[in-house]
Design a protein around this ligand. Structure first.
Ligand SMILES: [Zn+2]
Length: 377
């Protein structure tokens, strides 16, 4: 008998007892409090006893089947032999978009692909572990399905069960002890928000990306040219003196965030135009990045990466209402791009210039704005 079924019956019994007793007591007792007390207490007491005795009978019967079922014991042994990696069943991937166009255009697949490229939240390991588990699970399932051991009928009768009864209980026990496909059947809950400049969520869309789709996105990333070229060629082309030359030119600091090894970061050499897009290991195509910026940049276009960096900085700046902006280098934006970025700020460009929040905005030759923020170290 299922536990939920038993609880349901107990509740019904309790109701019947309560109403029967309260109408009976009304005709013989005049004290209302006593009527309620007795009609409540007596059925509660009786039903509790019924519940625990049935549960005890069921448990002892199950224990007996566990003891004599050859198949059940075998499954326990097999469960011990198969180890599955710890894999969270669901993860949440949330993205905020500040432009309605990009919000409309963005697809769940792109969010997943972006996270895989940047390995955010160790998403690669998450998918890889699930894939390992799937392989193990297939073998496990095969072994489980090949078991055809049966308990001897004479033994079943000897311990006081009919064959059908024994088989039913055995089936229930086995179904609940077979490891479920949750060990690999993972899903990513992708949520994309359209956020206005006050950080209110205006629109929201979400979708579950299930295991098979996650694997196909992962495989697509792994088979992509980007992945292969950067892992194979890049290392071969770089040599020590070239590395030293780049570091020296960039003043031994990350050209994006400005951090040095004294700040506790590791400096790496990055291809401005990635090798996968035809970029070469020459001094003009190399720059110094800290490992954190390098990991965030990954295969992004250099300019859009830098812009994203300053955009994030401005967002933080606005959120924290801080006095200083800590951006160490030059950033070049078109007027349109800058206006969009500054939408995130509390004031317009002219006001910002006057207020000194962005102290060195000037118009460059080609109608571009150059922001130079002075806190350079
Ligand atoms: Zn950096």
């Amino acid at each position: 008998m299922k536990k939920s079924y038993l609880i349901f019956i107990c509740i019904i019994l309790w109701y019947i007892g309560f109403y029967a007793l309260s109408s009976l007591f009304k005709s013989i007792i005049s004290n209302n409090t006593l009527i309620v007390f007795l009609s409540f207490f007596i059925p509660t007491f009786i039903v509790t006893i019924i519940y625990y005795s049935i549960k005890k009978i069921v448990t002892s019967r199950n224990d007996k089947v566990k003891e004599y079922s050859v198949k059940y014991k075998k499954i326990q042994e097999i469960n011990e032999m198969y180890n599955f990696l710890d894999v969270k069943n669901k993860i949440k991937l949330e993205e905020n978009e500040f432009s309605i166009k990009s919000f409309n255009d963005i697809l769940a697949k792109q969010v997943v692909l972006y996270r895989i490229e940047n390995n955010e939240d160790n998403i690669r390991e998450w998918i890889e572990n699930a894939m390992v588990n799937e392989d193990t699970y297939k073998k496990y399932k095969e072994v489980i399905e090949s078991i055809n051991d049966k308990t001897d009928i004479s033994l079943i009768n000897k311990i006081g069960f009919s064959e059908t009864k024994f088989n039913n209980i055995e089936k229930q026990l086995i179904d609940s002890s077979i490891i479920s496909d949750k060990v690999y059947n993972i899903a990513a809950h992708v949520i994309v928000n359209y956020v206005n400049k006050n950080y209110d969520i205006i629109y929201k869309k979400d979708r579950y990306v299930e295991y098979n789709e996650l694997v196909s996105i992962y495989e697509e990333w792994k088979n992509s040219k980007k992945y292969k070229v950067t892992t194979e060629k890049e290392r071969k082309l770089m040599n020590y003196s070239l590395r030293e030359e780049v570091l020296k030119r960039d003043g031994y600091k990350c050209v994006v965030c400005g951090k040095t090894e004294q700040d506790g970061v590791r400096l790496e050499i990055d291809h401005i135009i990635p090798v996968s897009k035809g970029g070469q290991s020459t001094i003009s195509n190399l720059q110094t990045l800290c490992s954190s910026c390098n990991a965030k940049k990954n295969t992004q276009d250099n300019d859009s990466f830098k812009k994203r960096f300053i955009k994030d900085k401005l967002i933080q700046f606005r959120r924290n209402r801080s006095k200083e902006l800590d951006i160490p280098a030059y950033y070049i934006f078109t007027n349109n791009e800058l206006d969009k970025i500054l939408e995130l700020m509390p004031k317009n460009v002219e006001e910002l210039k006057k207020s000194g929040i962005l102290p060195n905005i000037k118009i460059a030759k080609h109608g571009e704005l150059i922001i130079k923020v002075i806190n350079e170290k």
